[in-house]
Design a protein around this ligand. Structure first.
Ligand code: SF4
Length: 456
């Protein structure tokens, strides 16, 4: 402690305080659970708001703003700023899953459940399904997706390992995204393994690390839920500040899984861009018209009907908002193409950059994390802006702020890429050629966002 800077001493005290006040954190978690349940369940049983309804006099609109306008974009932002503090301290699903696991069967975790692809698959399917049932716009759709996820979290808790968060560790649809974004956090619980080993007589009881991490060997913030329960353990665990670049630049490729890169390139960037864009994309309209024309020419008319139930495709005829089967198929196709073409293009560019710059592909792929995070924040905060504009706010500063955020994120990615490429004594021309690939990759992502907010 004595060798720490003032800022780090303060952070270490904060971490220790989190451990000491674990009971207060748990009480806060239950308050969040209650708040979440009220805002999720009650609006789903209320009538749909009419066109005159406003956020401050209509619970449904208020809940919509809290969930999609504040909660979701700012949880993502909090992960970039503080690591996965949300997971360890506030997330209602995590709290419920851990609570359920204390009363459950306590079975071991089967091998199939530990498959590394679940978070990617769950994120992609949830994103796609959310678009099909317009999760941002309707309370019953939100209840179905968020409530369904909570029920699954509790069920997993009831089945596996007492007192742990198996759901959060292996299955949660956003855990993979949070793990990627937390690499950028400027604070984390750092472990000094030498001190851990040297101090074999701990005065503190062993902590309950709910996501089942091997605390002694933990490196970085990616998997840690920042719950603070292990702070000060053996005098070797401390909350400290670090460079936001550290975990990406120092990434040992053996600690990065192919699923991390797939989730970032195909999910967080490719699929998410399609999900945020399809409602304003002229390409989506062209795709749908081409499919409709083909169907009419072949006398196949049933896909033009909008008779699917609301839990399969958006169906609110009283508001003139119903998707036909063709709409649904076009959304699936558009999002799928967006994920495959953009994600595939990025993967090829990064593999080429890795070959040219003699760097591991996985380490270079992680350098796109800032632009992935910025894209998610821009896309999600578009709902915030839309809802606030319904309330009459003009928000003229939003477009310049978006441009600034996007440019800053791209500059950050390029700086990370340049530094990572500098790790190897590759010939300068090779480094420059690899850098050209990274510029093309970042430029492609930037172009996608430019089309959404300025081009179309
Ligand atoms: S290592 Fe585990 S116990 Fe320690 S802060 Fe992270 S999640 Fe909590």
């Amino acid at each position: 402690m004595s060798g720490l800077s003032l800022g780090n001493r303060w952070l270490a005290r904060l971490g220790d305080g989190m451990r000491r006040h674990g009971a207060a954190i748990r009480a806060m978690q239950w308050a969040v659970v209650l708040f979440y349940a009220v805002l999720l369940v009650i609006p789903a049983w209320l009538p749909l708001p009419d066109s005159q309804a406003r956020m401050l006099d209509n619970l449904t609109l208020f809940a919509q703003f809290l969930f999609w306008g504040l909660w979701w974009p700012f949880v993502l932002l909090s992960i970039v700023l503080f690591g996965r503090l949300w997971c360890g301290v506030l997330c209602p699903e995590g709290s419920l899953s851990e609570w359920a696991s204390r009363h459950g069967r306590g079975l071991g975790v089967p091998r199939w459940l530990r498959w590394g692809g679940w978070p990617t698959l769950a994120f992609c399917l949830t994103t796609l399904y959310g678009q099909l049932i317009s999760v941002y716009d309707y309370a019953q759709a939100a209840l179905l997706i968020l409530g369904g996820s909570t029920v699954a979290a509790v069920a997993v808790g009831l089945m596996f390992v007492r007192g742990k968060r198996i759901w959060c560790r292996y299955l949660c649809p956003v855990s993979g995204v949070f793990a990627l974004l937390a690499r950028l956090a400027p604070v984390h619980f750092a472990v000094d393994e030498q001190r851990w080993l040297a101090n074999t007589a701990p005065r503190l009881p062993p902590p309950n690390c709910a996501p089942l991490l091997d605390i002694r060997r933990m490196r970085g913030a990616s998997d840690c839920h920042a719950c603070g329960r292990c702070s000060g353990q053996r005098g070797a665990v401390q909350l400290i500040a670090r460079s936001s670049n550290a975990e990406i630049l120092d990434a040992d490729p053996r600690s990065v899984s192919l699923w991390d890169a797939r989730l970032l390139l195909f999910g967080v960037i490719g699929l998410a861009m399609g999900a945020f864009q399809w409602t304003v994309s002229p390409w989506f309209i062209a795709l749908k018209q081409a499919l409709a024309q083909w169907l009419v020419e072949h006398d196949v008319l049933w896909p033009l009907d909008d008779n699917a139930p609301w839990w399969l495709l958006t169906h609110y005829p009283q508001l003139n908002d119903s998707f036909s089967w063709l709409d649904g198929a076009s959304i699936v196709l558009y999002l799928g193409l967006s994920a495959l073409l953009l994600g595939g293009g990025l993967m090829l560019l990064l593999r080429l950059a890795a070959r040219l710059g003699r760097q591991p592909y996985l380490a270079l792929a992680l350098t796109l994390t800032p632009v992935g995070a910025a894209g998610l924040f821009l896309g999600l905060s578009a709902t915030t802006v839309k809802l606030l504009r319904y309330e009459g706010l003009i928000l003229a500063w939003v477009q310049p702020a978006r441009a600034l955020l996007l440019l800053a994120a791209i500059a950050w990615c390029l700086a990370l890429g340049w530094k990572r490429l500098g790790r190897d004594p590759a010939a300068p021309t090779r480094r420059l050629a690899a850098m050209a690939c990274l510029i093309a990759a970042n430029g492609g992502v930037g172009l996608g966002w430019w089309l959404q907010f300025w081009g179309w």
